[in-house]
Design a protein around this ligand. Structure first.
Ligand code: PRX
Length: 654
């Protein structure tokens, strides 16, 4: 057996040996939103009625004529229906007696606190909707958002939804370059940003960074700036506007736009293997139905809960499980601006105790960091308010699951390991906490009404064993396309098997029918739960004046799941040294963002490639993992690369 496969087989069997099981407690099940396992069968028999049942709980201006129109790979959900996402997330609760219920309990990293009730949120989104209209934004216009985790970010998104503008949120940790590309791809007319935000005690000067992007974004007509602190910045008269000034002048009621169920709600960029980031398109009715339903069932959300999803809104997790899902359910949530280890490693647990958080949703990478810091940090706090825990973003290793269970859940909270993607819009494979027996490391079963399956290369279902994770029927929150690239949508997701969605994830199913997601089968990296294309990092490296060529691969990393190792070939006349290594790291951070900084840089005389010119990533991955060469400095010798390549070709027949 080839070495790589051997490694994978060990990984699989190691997972298989995991046979600890956790049944929901009788008390949890008694109070759970979903208690009857018959729902799986009912939903599978008639998924359209199942989803329509949730859609009926939303507020529609006009009811749909047809639940689903599926001309694969193009789906339309709730055809002919009209609704507004902002009205469903805000107005509806104000009208239904929840005016003074806390919607968002926010804490800034330096420690400020703000609580916005649903009525506060209502007032703010109305005024900001009018502010946007006063700047000429109308239905269908794209609005880019580049902000820290402050309530104005949620207000900005909902205000866009209210007036029918399409928001495109760009993660505040991304660089000016990344912002520029995303603004131009979406042809955004307006940018909403802030003077800055706080991260690990440092000021992140967002507007200052955005100014670099704005030099090359001719489509942007106006910029709105939230004043978060005292960050130095330049104002360009006529183009730049302070948020608070606009709000002073804005009228208090903004008529919501009645949107078609299939009108675009937002675009969110995500990485793919090749080419530029993809603008994933989500529409209104189906997306809201899917996020509403999954928030309610997966998190067992009740009106009395205090929900905290620690993700940044710049990622899909924040879109679906801070903004649309929880707010459509009328939830009370905690929102925190900063880092978990600021000023100390107990910040999260302090917040859980302080606000009485009942449901906590975070990423495995964070859990691994908590583990590393030690359980003395959470043990200083009273975490008894917690009743449910969740994870998302990457596979969770059983040790981390057990640590989470014992030290955060105090042995009594169900854990929902939720698998989904930017493209799926909503949680797809997950336990239902009142019903599912969980096993550490497995996301268990598809959500009712979701036809996810483990299939082989030909697309045949694999009853027990490994294969690909695929989705065989449309679901309401599914992506509707890639913005401006209809062809790539078909190619990327629907061309491997006829009418079946390709997730790019490897998975296996065990004897109990539980699904284990094993990670991506393409070259996309997953660093601390952030999906990053190899191509983006490589382009950033090659952009440096000293670099001729580069290839990056992911290597296992205890803390981040994966870390980046970059192979770099320098241009003639440049020497590899530690200084250059640091400069290259900084260069990547400036071009894409700190999250994409390579952990290791290996200078190589040339890169091993196949005859068709494809970089032999498998070889590079083995080198990076230390499986092939102990001492990577020898890669500076061109003969070594040639020999390695030859040996590899013989071994793998590539
Ligand atoms: O590889 C899977 C991994 O994250 C990918 C999706 O990344 P993104 O679109 O950025 O969305 C992240 C948040 C939904 C998936 O293709 N992934 C996500 N959740 C899990 C996971 N892998 C294993 N288990 C999970 N629970």
């Amino acid at each position: 057996m080839a070495k790589k496969e051997q490694k994978q087989a060990t990984a699989l069997s190691a997972l298989l040996q995991e046979n600890r099981k956790f049944k929901p407690s009788v008390d949890f099940t008694k109070q759970a939103n979903v208690r009857d396992s018959a729902i799986f069968e009912t939903a599978a028999k008639d998924p359209e009625s199942f989803w329509a049942g949730f859609a009926e709980k939303l507020q529609w201006d006009r009811k749909w004529d047809k639940v689903l129109d599926w001309q694969h790979p193009h789906a339309k959900w709730f055809v002919g229906g009209k609704l507004n996402a902002c009205v469903n997330c805000v107005d509806r609760h104000v009208q239904n007696g929840m005016r003074n219920k806390a919607a968002i309990i926010w804490e800034g990293e330096p420690g400020e606190q703000r609580t916005l009730t649903y009525w506060d949120l209502y007032r703010e989104v109305n005024k900001f909707g009018n502010a946007l209209r006063s700047l000429g934004i109308t239905k269908g216009d794209r609005v880019a958002i580049y902000m820290p985790m402050i309530p104005e970010l949620v207000i900005a998104m909902l205000a866009c939804a209210r007036i029918g503008a399409i928001h495109s949120v760009v993660f505040g940790g991304f660089s000016a370059e990344a912002l520029k590309d995303r603004i131009n791809d979406a042809q955004a007319k307006l940018l909403i940003t802030a003077d800055g935000g706080f991260r690990r005690g440092q000021l992140i000067p967002l507007k200052h960074d955005a100014d670099y992007a704005l030099r090359e974004t001719p489509c942007i007509e106006n910029v709105v700036i939230v004043k978060r602190g005292d960050f130095p910045l330049r104002i360009k008269e006529g183009r730049d506007h302070w948020w608070h000034r606009l709000m002073q002048e804005a009228k208090s009621y903004c008529e919501p736009e009645s949107m078609d169920a299939e009108d675009i709600l937002y675009i969110l960029y995500t990485s793919g293997t090749t080419g530029k980031p993809k603008g994933i398109v989500h529409t209104t009715g189906g997306y809201l139905t899917g996020t509403y339903a999954t928030t309610n069932w997966v998190f067992d959300l009740k009106p009395s809960d205090v929900f905290w999803c620690t993700a940044d809104i710049g990622w899909v997790t924040g879109h679906s499980y801070i903004v649309y899902g929880p707010l459509a359910n009328g939830a009370t949530q905690v929102m925190y601006e900063g880092a978990p280890d600021w000023p100390d490693r107990d910040r999260f647990w302090q917040l859980v105790e302080k606000y009485g958080v009942t449901i906590f949703y975070t990423a495995p990478t964070a859990i691994r960091a908590f583990m590393k810091w030690g359980h003395e940090w959470p043990s200083k706090y009273d975490l008894a308010s917690l009743r449910l825990l969740g994870t998302v973003g990457e596979p969770i290793n059983p040790e981390a699951w057990m640590w989470y269970h014992e030290h955060i859940g105090l042995g009594s909270c169900p854990i929902v390991d939720t698998w989904w993607q930017t493209e799926t819009g909503m949680i797809m494979v997950t336990p239902l906490p009142g019903l599912t027996e969980t096993t550490p490391g497995s996301a268990t079963k598809p959500f009712p009404g979701v036809n996810a399956d483990v299939v082989d290369e030909q697309g045949n279902s694999v009853p027990v064993g490994g294969g690909y994770l695929a989705i065989k029927s449309p679901w309401p929150a599914m992506l509707r396309g890639i913005y401006g690239d209809a062809e790539r949508y078909v190619q990327q997701y629907w061309s491997k098997w006829d009418g079946v969605y390709f997730t790019s994830d490897g998975a296996k199913r065990d004897e109990n029918g539980n699904i284990w997601v094993l990670g991506r089968v393409d070259d996309v990296l997953n660093i601390a739960g952030h999906r990053i294309g190899t191509m983006e990092v490589e382009s950033a490296l090659v952009d440096h004046e000293c670099v001729a060529e580069s290839a990056v691969v992911g290597v296992d990393d205890e803390l981040k799941g994966q870390a980046i190792t970059a192979f770099v070939t320098l241009k003639e006349g440049h020497d590899a040294d530690k200084k250059l290594e640091d400069r290259l790291r900084e260069h990547v951070a400036a071009k894409i963002g700190a999250v994409a900084k390579p952990k290791e840089i290996i200078f190589s005389a040339n890169l091993p490639k196949t005859r068709s010119g494809k970089i032999m990533r498998r070889l590079l991955r083995d080198i990076a993992a230390g499986d092939v060469l102990g001492d990577t400095t020898t890669l500076a010798d061109p003969d070594v690369v040639t020999k390695l390549k030859k040996h590899y070709e013989e071994q793998y027949g590539v």
